[in-house]
Design a protein around this ligand. Structure first.
Ligand SMILES: [Zn+2]
Length: 59
């Protein structure tokens, strides 16, 4: 799931437990071990790109 932090930047959270910590090597949740669907990661990257375009900030 994707939500937005108070700064308006998108953050990726686990679909299962809602935590925001991921093992980015294996794309699994640190908390419950659930796999992050590639679709979610794609969505998140897209949301992040749009956020950067909107704010003019680049990573
Ligand atoms: Zn989790």
């Amino acid at each position: 799931m994707i939500f937005h932090n108070p700064q308006g930047a998108p953050e990726l959270a686990c679909d299962e437990c809602g935590c925001r910590w991921f093992d980015r090597i294996n794309n699994t949740c640190y908390e419950c071990g659930a796999a992050v669907p590639p679709q979610s990661i794609e969505e998140f990257q897209k949301a992040l790109g749009e956020h950067y375009e909107r704010t003019g900030h680049k990573p």
